[in-house]
Structures are given as C-alpha cells and as structure tokens.
Ligand binder design. Structure first.
Ligand code: TNX
Length: 781
C-alpha cells in the first residue's frame, strides 16, 4: 500500500530536514572527540572520573633542570594563547593531590611516558623530558579542541577524561621535510610548521636550505650566496609540462640570517625537535654557482634557475670547491647542534663531468672507474669533513652509486630499494619513498584539486605505509630508523597551499612512525581525524578534506555502464542524482552498483548525520555505440596508467582535460593503442571521436596517425576499408579528433589503431627514449 502525503507537507518536511542538517555543526555529537588522539597511543584505557583543570591548578615539577621546565612552559604557552592569557603556576616539588604532576621516573625507558588522569590529579611520568613532552601532547588532545586556537576561552576550566595511557614511539626517527628553496617560507611560517610537527610527536625537521632555484641560509664567508643566490629573476608559471614555458617576470627570493636560523633552532629544541639542515651537493647547486661561477665546471656566469627540474650545472670536484664547501659546512655545523648534516647527493647529472678535462684527469689520478665513482669520491671527502666535527652525513639514496661513504645514513626516496641495499650493508636508513611520502603529489582524483607535481597519493595510501621491508633480514631491521615525508614546493607557493598539501597526510605519517602496526586501523584513524580536523581548524590550518571525496569506479557492459561508488571513511551515506542536479540529504541513497542504461549526468556526494562532507563527484555519461564493446587491446597500457581498467576508454566518460592520471586515461609506454571492438549485430557507424593527451615535458606525445578498419565478421577478422587520419595537433593539453566514416551499411567489428609517436628526438626532454601515448574516450557515433 502506498500512502500519499500532500505535496506541501512533504516539502515542509524536506525543508526542515535540510535546515536541521545545515545548522548542526559536526562537533556537537562528538564527546568521543575527547579521546581522539593522533598519533594513537600504544595503550589507552578510559577509566574513572574526569579531572577539572582550572586556573588554580598547579603544575608540580618533580625534577629540576631546564628541559623539564620546557614541558611546563609549552603547556602554559598553549593555555595562554587559547585563553585570555591565563597560565598555571609552576612549582618545584614532589607530587601533590589536585595538581598536574610532571614526574621523572627512571623506570620508564627511552621516550616513553605514562599519563594517568583521575578526579584527584594528573600524573605525567617519563624517563626523559622528551618523553614527558610527548605525554603532554596526548594530554592536550584530551582537552577541548579550542585549546589549539587563539582566545577561544575566558579562563582555564577544562574537563579532562579519566585515562591511563602507556605509550612509546615505534621508530626513533619521525621526520617531516620542507623545501624552502623552490618557494621561500619565512621564519614565522617555519615555526608554525615546526609547532604542528611537535603536536604530532615528530622529532626531526629536515630543512632543505639550498637548491638550483635559491640559496636560503646566510653564510658569513660567502655573502654572495644569499645576495646573488637567494634571488631569481622570475619563476615558471603553471606546470613544467605546459609548453612553451612561461614566466611571471617577477624577482623572487629570500633567505634566513644566521640569527634567524638560531632562533628557529631554539624554537624547535623547545619542542624536542632536531633540525637537519640540507646543503645540496654536488648537484642542485646552480644558485651557489650563479653566485660563485668558479665552483662550476664551465666557469660560465649562470643565473639562479627560474624553472624546475634537474640542472646540468653541478659543482666541479676541484680543490677550490672542496675548500668552499668545508667553509660553508663549518658555519652550518657551528650553528646546528644535531648530529645529522644532510648533503643531498641526489640527481647529479654527469654531463659536465664527462666533458670536463679536469674531471677526466681526476678520475684517472684517483683510479676511479667512472663519473659515478667520482660522485662517490666527492661524497667521501665531504663525509670526512662532517665526521671530523663529530657529526654524521645523511644523503639521498643516490649516494649509494659508486660506493657508499663509510658512515653515511641513507634517505631512501626513489623507492625502498636504496634503503634495503644500505641497511643490508649495515648502514642506517630513513625510509621516504615517493610512493608513500611525497606530499607534492595529488591526494584526490577530484577535478578541483589544486595543481600538483603529478602522481597520486591519497591519505589511505600514506597510512598504509610500512617502513620496514619484509625482505630485509631481521638482523638488519634495526637499521631502519624510521620514516619521513617530504614537501617539495615547486607547486606550493604559499602557506595556505602548504597546509593543504601537508595536512592531514602528515598526521598519517605521524601515526605510522609512532604507533605499532598492530594498533593501527585506517577506519579508526579517520574517525579520530574527524575530531582532529576541529583542532586544526582552531589552529587556523587549511587542511585538505579530500578524504571525504567519493571514489567512482566503472565497469562496462554492452550498451550499459555499471557505476560503483565508495567512501574513504566509515559511517558515510552516499546519495546521488542522475539528472545533473546536486545531491541533497534526500537524494537517492546509494545501496549498490548503479546500472546506467541511458545518457546521464551522475552527481554523488557523501553525507554524515545529514550534512554533506567532501565534494560532489560528477560524471557525464554518454552511452555511445562503443560502450562495452571492447574485445581486447592488442597492447596493454602501463599498469600505473590504467586505474580504470582497459575498457576505460570505451566507457562513455571523458577524463580530465588537465590531468592524465585519473581513471579515464590509459597510458601506453612506447606502444600503440590497438583496440578491437566487436558489436553484437551489424551497427551503423557515422564516425569516431578520440582524445589524446599532449605533455611533451613528461614524454607524452600525440599519435603519428590513427587508422580505423572495419569488418563484417562477428569475431573481428577480415578487415577492410581502412581510414587513415594524420596531422594530429593541439594548442591545449588535449587533442580531440573527429573522424567521420561512411558506414551506413553497418559493420560487425572495428579495429582502431592510434600509432605511438616513437622515439623522442635528441635534445628534447626524454630524448632517445620512446614516447608515451595517452588515450581517453574513443567514442563511436
Ligand atoms: C625529486 S626527492 C627531488 C626534488 C624534487 C622532487 C619533486 C629528491 C631527492 N629530489 O628535487 O623537488 O623530486 O617531487
């Protein structure tokens, strides 16, 4: 039986429901938020009554010594900022009832801590001030979320739930990196970055200070490094792949004085974070060579690089260069108290060393095999300088090439392999592979994602990172010190975008670094993140909400498309429309794959408690004659560019006109696209439309020609009537072609071939390699 509700009444109900959903802040129902700690503690139980922290509560410090004081100071700083400048009195002495007691307990090892909250007192016990600092971070996350903000409360009056937490980090190295060279971040921005690291129990900040595009740290002995090397005349606009390159014509730069560097080092030390400075060598050094041309191999006067990529201009391994680097490193080591000095070592082209007579003679004189061994010679000499000062060299995994320096620590970025090789040789390793740790990569497939360097690294993938490779023998595993995520800033010009790219992915890295594997679950993480987002918002952080976007996967059937929608977070309702209208809390509820049998405009979004979370996913579906008719592709596309399956180019959905990494584009490495389509009856075909991506900077070329042949054989044999289409070109990133065909009499099968460009000419990006061919929708009409 169907009950009919009068129209005005049902509309009223809908209106009320919508109003209710709009006015309900997501925070109102989250008392669980008070125990949403990131990174998740190893052991935590909620027990007993809560403690009321008030302005009269005292901090009872059981141990003297400045570093214990830092823990109390940090808490007071946060309290003062989030209230009207209120602080707690700090008293030296043994534990007392009613107080927040910070206790030094020698039985607690390493950086572990124990936090016990009950109605009578708070007991924060640790073996070291650093451990107590981590306990304090957990305590802060038990307080209301506004504690991360500014002037959110009048007074200190916070209810803290009764808990017992026993916690310690999984890895001794938990790092985040920031490239301040491609784009410059001033002292305040760097301090803010460091503070957020502290909130998440990171203990290393890798400060990437020198690059081709800018030298950012004052060196007293070489003032031109910052005067000249600190500024570039202009900067590339848009993506490196957009050809021809265009520039903004604006001088850009900046640097830190040594006084400012000291200030940042102290700020980090107050948060138990060690800074690792990176002074890049022998490559990525064009800014230094622009300042002092004698450091290069050609002696040529260069300018600070204005575009991204890898420069051929590298240091010449001359005595003059080594003396320069010795002096620079001495000033760096005078300032930075930590044990590690990062010397880069990555992406050093050997072109100029091959051509330089000096380098060739040096290779002979030192009995080296080639330029790779020359690089290793270079690094070994630098290592001696660093070791002589009691410090340790750390470098990117290229420092393995030509032989590793005896005491070096390796940062493995091109994958896990470099790390495995180094650990096998008995060297320490920090894992930082592009696959899981590069926050300059895209984090969502959504069309509106801001420009990124490329790649695809969603939050769940970051969270799934395992830094200790299974294949590494157990007795070598202790060499994996931990992990680090990198924020390269070619496409990150300001703090707002820096936030967007870094958070919440950095929180996932924090948890992988801190919490044991067995304790972690992504679903649980995103639930805590829901609350954590409120803290980040209070702090003023522009974190990405991409995790709330939906995933859209399609499967083709003859003349039909089956669309699967899924959310990345639990407890999300998916609602959709097929008429192009925006989904609302009352749109059709997604309950399983949708069979789309007619042209439609799918719009879908996720809802939690009636409120939309994340963006609307939009797919315009045009069920042309080729949908579901693909019999096979005669050459397979590359796995990493076939996320939507082989039939993605015959599914009725067009991919992005800006990016080729989505589920609609197929990428063929050095191969043709050769598709065989079979219809289940004679079909009239009026033509074929096709889309190809052009990104010559990334080796992606348009096809030489397209050939279409027809067959009257139901199995796809005996082709005839080949139509050839050439001169494919475009001013934009995507070439769209339309090939009219006169096949009124109908065909049973078609063979469509887009011919790969072939070998890229010398002198161009990727010269000598075979080109990529990227194909999107092939529409048969
Ligand atoms: C490679 S990672 C680089 C950086 C770039 C980065 C962009 C590494 C050691 N070198 O110079 O900024 O790729 O993802």
């Amino acid at each position: 039986m169907i009950h009919k509700i009068p129209f005005f009444f049902s509309s009223l109900v809908i209106l009320l429901l919508m109003l209710a959903s709009c006015t309900t802040p997501p925070s109102s129902k989250t008392p669980k938020g008070q125990t949403a700690i990131i990174p998740k503690p190893q052991q935590m139980s909620i027990q007993g009554d809560s403690f009321l922290l008030q302005s009269t509560t005292k901090i009872q410090l059981a141990e003297a010594g400045a570093d214990w004081g830092k823990v109390a100071d940090y808490l007071n700083e946060k309290l003062a900022a989030s209230t009207s400048e209120q602080k707690l009195e700090v008293v030296q002495g043994p534990s007392a009832k009613g107080a927040l007691n910070i206790i030094s307990d020698a039985t607690i090892a390493g950086d572990a801590y124990r936090l016990k909250v009950d109605s009578e007192q708070i007991e924060l016990a640790a073996g070291t001030p650093q451990g107590a600092f981590y306990g304090l971070q957990s305590l802060l996350q038990l307080m209301p979320v506004g504690l991360y903000g500014t002037y959110e409360y009048e007074t200190i009056n916070f209810k803290i739930p009764g808990v017992l937490i026993e916690d310690q980090p999984r890895f001794p190295y938990r790092g985040m990196h920031l490239d301040v060279c491609r784009h410059f971040y001033d002292v305040d921005a760097v301090k803010r970055y460091i503070d957020i690291l502290a909130l998440h129990k990171f203990n290393y900040f890798h400060w990437h200070l020198t690059e081709d595009q800018g030298w950012r740290m004052e060196i007293k002995q070489y003032p031109k490094l910052t005067e000249v090397g600190g500024f570039r005349k202009e900067t590339l606009v848009g993506h490196y792949n957009d050809q021809p390159h265009q520039f903004d014509g604006k001088r850009y730069g900046g640097f830190y004085t040594q006084e400012q560097v000291k200030e940042v080092i102290e700020y980090a030390a107050d948060r138990f974070i060690t800074i690792i400075p990176e002074i890049e060598l022998p490559g990525h050094a064009q800014a230094a060579i622009a300042a002092y041309p004698e450091l290069g191999c050609t002696g040529q006067q260069l300018e600070v690089l204005t575009k991204w990529g890898v420069s051929d201009n590298v240091y010449c391994p001359s005595e003059e260069t080594f003396a320069f680097l010795q002096n620079v490193l001495n000033e760096v080591m005078d300032l930075f108290p930590g044990k590690y000095i990062h010397i880069g070592g990555d992406e050093c082209p050997k072109t100029q060393w091959k051509e330089s007579e000096f380098c060739q003679q040096l290779i002979k004189k030192e009995g080296l095999k080639d330029e790779y061994e020359l690089q290793s010679y270079f690094i070994r000499r630098i290592e001696k300088m660093i070791n002589a000062r009691g410090k340790q060299l750390i470098g990117w995994d290229e420092i393995l090439e030509g032989g590793l320096a005896p005491n070096a620590t390796v940062m493995s970025w091109r994958g896990m392999e470099g790390g495995i090789a180094a650990a096998t040789q008995g060297h320490d390793v920090v894992m930082s592979p592009t696959s899981h740790c590069y926050f300059d990569y895209y984090q969502s497939e959504h069309e509106e994602e801001p420009l990124a360097i490329g790649g695809f690294l969603p939050l769940e993938k970051v969270y799934g990172f395992e830094p200790v490779p299974e294949e590494l023998p157990e007795d070598k595993q202790h060499h994996i010190l931990g992990l680090q995520a990198n924020v390269w800033t070619e496409y990150i010009p300001d703090v707002e975008k820096l936030d967007y790219m870094t958070y919440p992915r950095a929180m996932a890295i924090a948890e992988v670094g801190w919490t044991d594997k067995e304790q972690r679950s992504f679903d649980d993480f995103v639930q805590r993140l829901d609350v954590h987002f409120q803290r980040l918002t209070a702090y003023g952080i522009n974190a990405a909400a991409s995790v709330y976007d939906l995933n859209v996967d399609c499967e083709t059937k003859p003349g039909e498309l089956v669309v699967k929608l899924s959310a990345n977070v639990p407890n999300m309702q998916i609602r959709y429309t097929l008429d192009g209208s925006s989904p609302t809390p009352t749109s059709t509820l997604y309950e399983g794959p949708i069979s789309v049998g007619a042209n439609s405009q799918l719009r879908a979004a996720g809802f939690v408690d009636g409120a939309q979370r994340g963006r609307v996913a939009a797919r315009d579906i045009e069920l042309h004659k080729g949908v579901g008719r693909l019999l096979r592709l005669n050459h397979a596309p590359a796995d990493r560019y076939a996320a939507g399956g082989h039939s993605a180019i015959f599914n009725g959905i067009r991919g992005s006109s800006e990016r080729y990494g989505d589920k609609e584009w197929l990428g063929f490495a050095g191969k043709d696209m050769n598709a065989l389509l079979v219809f289940d009856q004679k079909t009239e075909v009026k033509g074929v439309k096709m889309r190809f991506f052009k990104g010559e900077g990334q080796w992606i070329y348009l096809p030489k020609r397209v050939t279409i042949a027809c067959s009257n054989d139901a199995k796809g044999k005996d082709f005839y009537n080949a139509t050839v289409f050439t001169d494919i070109n475009t001013e934009t990133k995507v070439a769209e072609i339309d090939i009219p065909l006169d096949l009124k009499q109908g065909v049973e099968a078609m063979n469509i071939i887009a011919e790969n460009f072939g070998t890229i000419p010398d002198g161009l990006q990727g010269g000598g390699h075979s080109a990529w061919l990227f194909v999107d929708e092939v529409e048969i009409y």
